[in-house]
Design a protein around this ligand. Structure first.
Ligand code: HEM
Length: 495
């Protein structure tokens, strides 16, 4: 191998890399040793802010392949031919912990996919759960504060978590999922992924349907029990990262099958609950899964920071044939993510290789820190102009969205018609979980609630117990018993 020259960042060959220049063998260092400054100054700037949520994660490139024709629902080019392949980048993550936190913490897992399509990058920024804790984005910062550290003790606080959940009963469905063993998945390969929100699909005739995206793992669901997850935190806090890298490096490429559930506009108006409520799932009996394609991850990025840390996903990024819905959480996220990226990475975050659209990008945005893409060269930087022929294209226009009201107000998300927080958690407990899963769910909840402390301890426990009882009396009794709280079972049955 021929030797290459060591240079400064500006490419000037340098002679001494390990010894600083000094006045005499034992004297002080000289200001003119520029490389010393360059090294120390660059080192001081190696960190960018970690993501405010989902800070710990891992990512991989892969391929999405269409296996079934869904063109009657969508004109999105990514789906326009069976066999068509699209490159993807997927970042998995935990939610509440910092960048160095353990991979096996009890937490939802992020499942964020960037599809590099001909019509621009489509980001489906989902989780391993089909639902979420809240249904109005205004509650998000408060909710996340309870998942982070107590302002005084700087430790995680079960008191804050259960106080918030017990005061926001719409969280129950997701809390049950989180407290089951699905809250501690065995790495990232053995879990399903969900777009979670309701999205639109728009077809060539400009007709809209509403859809939910599902990614079912081909590796099978596999979870840690609580004890195993706690043990793994000590043995290998980077378990999920290592597991993904090892599998892909060994050619054992993880795969998921993409499905959609479809509801037409008319059904969305008359469905028995709000189909844009993120705390609820759509019944698969009524809206069966329709197979679309497969996704395989087959390449670990060569450099973690370049591609995984700098990756920027945004639910705002939908492409022609896929659209938003009135899901309020989705609406809130449309604003939030690009704002986060501008803060975390900078105004030109879209120009970094992992975020860049590999196809055409044409606009009049110019300048800003780190303008890497040639900055438009000498082309006009304003619109309209008499020199280029870049024009908006009306063929991409979506059908208008029909509103059910034109009265702007603050509507209570837990008010009439929105306040059934208990039926689906009850079904999850009775019909989805096995007898073993049920036992684990109860012991995980009892373990987690045992951490509630302070003067409001019993108030919080009792309030949360009421929610569990409303979902299922047997579940409520089992948790109460585990916590040593005495309940009059007959009174519960008759209440
Ligand atoms: C990351 C906000 C709800 C999934 C983030 C980030 C913010 C954020 C600011 C960090 C972005 C960055 O720095 O790159 C919000 C708000 C929400 C919300 C305001 C509610 C209104 C959700 C929901 C899901 C979700 C419902 C899943 C269905 C994710 C994922 C990431 C993330 C997967 C990590 C993306 C990555 O890997 O870079 N969220 N979030 N979030 N969020 Fe949310």
């Amino acid at each position: 191998m021929s030797t290459e020259k060591l240079t400064t960042a500006s490419g000037i060959p340098y002679t001494h890399h390990e010894d600083s220049m000094s006045a005499g063998a034992r004297g002080p260092l000289l200001l003119q040793d520029y490389i010393l400054h360059e090294k120390l100054a660059h080192f001081n700037r190696e960190r960018i802010p970690e993501r405010v949520v989902h800070a710990k994660g891992t990512g991989a490139y892969g391929t999405f392949t269409v296996t079934h024709d869904v063109s009657k629902f969508t004109r999105a080019k990514i789906f326009n031919a069976v066999g068509k392949q699209t490159r993807v980048f997927l970042r998995f993550s935990t939610v509440g912990g910092e960048k160095g936190s353990a991979d096996t913490e009890r937490d939802p897992r992020g499942f964020a996919i960037k599809f590099y399509t001909e019509d621009g990058n489509w980001d489906l920024v989902g989780n391993n759960t089909p639902i979420f804790f809240i249904k109005d984005p205004k509650k998000f910062p408060d909710f996340i504060h309870t998942q982070k550290r107590d302002p005084r003790t700087n430790t995680k606080s079960p008191t804050m978590m259960w106080d918030f959940w017990s005061l926001n009963p719409e969280s129950l469905h997701q809390v049950m999922f989180l407290m089951s063993d699905r809250g501690t998945p065995y790495g990232y390969r053995h879990m399903h992924g969900f777009g979670s929100h309701t999205f639109s699909m728009i077809n060539a005739s400009n007709e809209r349907v509403y859809v939910k995206f599902h990614f079912r793992t081909a590796q099978g669901i596999k979870n840690f029990t609580n004890d195993e997850a706690v043990k793994m935190k000590g043995e290998d806090p980077d378990f999920a990262q290592r597991d993904l890298v090892r599998a892909i490096d060994a050619g054992n490429f993880p795969k998921w099958t993409m499905y959609i559930q479809v509801m037409d506009e008319q059904q969305s108006k008359t469905y028995r609950f709000n189909p844009f409520d993120l705390t609820k799932t759509w019944s698969q009996k009524e809206f069966p899964l329709i197979e679309v394609g497969t996704m395989e991850l087959n390449e670990i990025p060569a450099n973690y920071f370049a591609d995984v840390e700098q990756a920027a996903f945004a639910p705002a990024h939908v492409v022609d044939g896929i659209g938003y819905s009135p899901d309020r959480m989705l609406q809130g996220r449309i604003l939030s993510y690009p704002d986060a990226h501008r803060h975390r990475i900078g105004a030109n975050f879209e120009q970094l290789p992992v975020n860049r659209c590999p196809y055409m990008v044409n606009n009049y945005q110019r300048d800003g820190a780190m303008a890497l893409n040639g900055n438009g060269g000498s082309a006009p930087n304003y619109f309209p102009n008499s020199f280029d022929n870049i024009r908006p294209d009306l063929s991409y226009k979506e059908p208008a969205l029909e509103m059910d009201s034109n009265i702007a107000d603050w509507y209570d998300r837990n008010g009439p018609g929105e306040d059934d927080h208990y039926s689906q958690p009850g079904i999850f407990y009775r019909e989805v979980l096995s007898a073993e899963d049920k036992k684990h769910l109860v012991s995980n909840i009892v373990g987690a609630m045992s951490g509630i402390e302070g003067p409001k301890r019993m108030e919080i426990i009792n309030r949360q117990l009421c929610h569990f009882f409303r979902a299922d009396i047997g579940l409520g009794m089992a948790i109460a018993q585990g916590l040593g709280v005495t309940i009059d079972e007959n009174a519960m049955k008759h209440s």
